[in-house]
Design a protein around this ligand. Sequence first.
Ligand code: CIR
Length: 263
Amino acid sequence: MIFEFDNALVRKPSRSVIQGLSSRSGPRPSYEAVVREHTNYVRALQDCGLLVEILQPLEDFPDSVFVEDPALVYTDVAILLRPGAQSRRGEVAQIEPALRRRFQRVLEVRRGFADGGDVLNTPGLTLIGLSSRTDAEGAAELSGLLKDLGIRSRIVHTPADTLHLKSDCSLIGEEQVLCTQSLAASGIFEGLRTLVVPESERRAANALRVNDSVLIGEEFPLTVNLIRREGYDVKTLPVSEIGKIDAGLSCMSLRWSSRKAPG
Ligand code: CIR
């Protein structure tokens, strides 16, 4: 199944994480609290049965804890992306050696920009969101690479006030997406059932299905109940500090299964 994973790659937060990019005007996160949330997150992945490799922190890259954005991974292929934010471009070269150690093939997006946060894998179709981080050229280039791997993709629009496509949605079941009302209304989830998060908990839409569990921020009780009522096993995690720099559950890891075919 698409969310069956046995491996994950994460990177420890650097002290500079407090300078991470943020669209919010509120307080910056505290380094110690981000480390606590990250430690908890790693433990949650391990509890879900994943073998987690932890990369060293990178002080020069405040957002490098968000390893989902510079690369995509499948069973035996990794794709190096081109992050849309100038301050994040160097993260690709930093993660490349770890990916080359782990994956037989490493492909590269060479033109335009594309962030992993804009890529939603669903059974049979990968959605690539155009956003302030992913442009048409990068999306087309990525779509071509995926096609060569036998993965069908579609380029879609991300709502204007949203950082990444996956800030507003996550695949929580084989045929079910958790998402914001605006994304559900956009019609991009044809063939999938949508579970809409309450407007007051929009950021809960970035949850993470790993094996039998859905990981979600503990600060979103309405959405937690909603997902539980659908019959899912839910694990709640503190994410309010990394939330201050626009992050949620999916962005702190790259996950893959060493056993299944790409797609
Ligand atoms: C950024 O703006 O790039 C980081 N502060 C947050 C990245 C979150 N990434 C993700 O959800 N995939």
